[in-house]
Unconditional design. Structure first.
Length: 79
């Protein structure tokens, strides 16, 4: 588990966060009971097994556009 995610879960033990499996290191914070992930870090992780174009396509269609309830994570790009 990533350090930031571990800290968040310790500070907010009663919030049922939805966690994007395999992307703990991409967690950068919390917004209104939702975990916030760095899009670039998620895509970099995907690029360990696919090229950049495929990684972005996979991210957009399978991660970013997924809705898993009111605690669906938020993904942002940091410039």
């Amino acid at each position: 588990m990533g350090n930031k995610l571990k800290q968040i879960l310790e500070v907010f033990p009663d919030i049922p966060f939805m966690i994007a499996d395999g992307y703990d290191e991409a967690v950068i914070g919390v917004f209104r009971e939702k975990l916030v992930y760095c899009t670039n870090t998620v895509v970099e992780k995907l690029m360990e097994t696919m090229n950049e174009e495929d990684a972005w396509e996979y991210f957009i269609y399978n991660i970013e556009d997924s809705y898993v309830g009111e605690h669906t994570p938020i993904f942002i790009e940091i410039f």
